[in-house]
Design a protein around this ligand. Structure first.
Ligand code: EPU
Length: 344
């Protein structure tokens, strides 16, 4: 199909915050053979943005440039890997993440079950190294096909070349919109190796009576149930999931916080690490923001880390609210929260 182009395009339905914003031009890429033409047009624009599912973005104003929306579709099982007993699976960048996860499970391929019900597209998944309930994309990623926006050069990135870290990758750090990701490959398994380290997940499985003999499908169902209970559905209440990253603190600061704020939920960053991770949701709730509303911009009643659009909030209003939350957490705890959502 030919490239779709629109001028003065409304982006409200293309971001899960449901914020109104206009792009000077919107190009929708549905066929990878049109990528070169699309990138030539993008190169001529005064400002450029590559958009996936729009589930991790806040438009603070209109976009005075060209937005390239990636709507490439297709998924396939490639087959067994030579290097180990993994099975290689590929999806085009525009596939919906949750649909893809469900499809892998229906193929008897395991490894993504903990990442069920995350909004957004497959192409966005490595950009911010999505993670939930003890699994991150970096645990499952095999490789990425990409096209350099500036030159049109094709390149395959192996997983270890992507700089994946907590909600980070080279595609976010400085290279935002430098590469158009077209296809993502994952290393999955025929025999599930379930990850049940997350306490919430074990509790949910116990409640459903499946903790003693869990299967991957039970894990997927439990993750969906937790998410439905804890996180607002973007189809009903605009939001972009966690708005801030969970801060990591060095040991001296962790000790100081623990003695000043007894009961503060500090956890090791990873097994054996001296650095600690602190739930941003807890910090925000302690400052009294949970469930607060200012006009149509607010903090979700069920989870303090999620900013919500009750209807007609503007990106500016949400951004102002986020700034006030950052200020009050910093005043009380001496920690400046960093947004996880990309602000444009
Ligand atoms: N908490 C509060 N108040 C709240 C909610 C949570 O105090 O309103 C505290 C509790 O102590 C709770 C802790 O925060 O134990 C952690 O909460 P939760 O398990 O909901 O996880 P999170 O740290 O807030 C992270 C990810 C989520 C992911 C969950 C589950 C980040 C920024 N967020 O949230 O990812 O689903 O863990 O693994 O790391 C996303 O990135 O958009 C996202 C939703």
């Amino acid at each position: 199909m030919a490239l779709m182009r629109r001028e003065q395009a409304e982006l409200r339905s293309l971001n899960t915050f449901g914020v109104a914003a206009r792009a000077r031009e919107l190009i929708t890429l549905t066929d990878v053979t049109d990528a070169d033409v699309a990138l030539e047009q993008l190169a001529r624009a005064p400002a450029q943005l590559i958009l996936g599912g729009g589930s991790n973005i806040l438009f603070s104003s209109d976009f005075e440039g060209t937005v390239l929306r990636v709507a490439l579709s297709g998924r396939r099982v490639i087959g067994p890997l030579d290097s180990d007993d993994g099975i290689l699976v590929e999806a085009a960048a525009g596939e919906l993440w949750h649909d893809f996860v469900q499809w892998t499970l229906s193929q008897g391929l395991f490894g993504l079950e903990n990442l069920s019900l995350i909004p957004g597209s497959v192409g966005a998944s490595p950009v911010q190294n999505i993670g939930a309930y003890g699994v991150e994309i970096r645990d499952r990623l095999h490789s990425i096909d990409a096209i350099e926006v500036r030159s049109g050069r094709r390149r395959t990135f192996q997983a270890d070349e992507c700089g994946l870290d907590y909600r980070e990758s080279i595609f976010r750090r400085g290279l935002q919109s430098a590469w158009l990701l077209t296809a993502i490959r994952f290393r999955l398994a025929r025999v599930p190796q379930l990850r049940l380290d997350y306490a919430d997940l074990r509790e949910e499985l116990a409640r459903k009576g499946t903790l003693t003999h869990p299967q991957a499908l039970h894990v997927a169902q439990a993750v969906c149930a937790i998410r439905q209970r804890k996180l607002p559905d973007p189809a009903k209440l605009g939001n972009a999931g966690s708005f801030f990253r969970n801060p990591i603190v060095e040991p001296p600061q962790a000790d100081a916080l623990a003695s000043r704020f007894p009961g503060i939920p500090l956890r090791p960053e990873s097994a054996g690490s001296a650095r600690c991770k602190l739930p941003a949701a807890w910090l925000i709730e302690q400052c009294g923001w949970k469930g607060k509303r200012r006009g149509d911009a607010g903090v979700a009643a069920q989870h303090a880390l999620v900013l919500v659009n009750h209807g007609l909030a503007t990106g500016r209003e949400l951004l102002t609210l986020a700034g006030d939350i950052q200020d009050s957490v910093e005043q009380r705890f001496g920690i400046r929260l960093q947004p996880e959502v990309v602000i444009v």
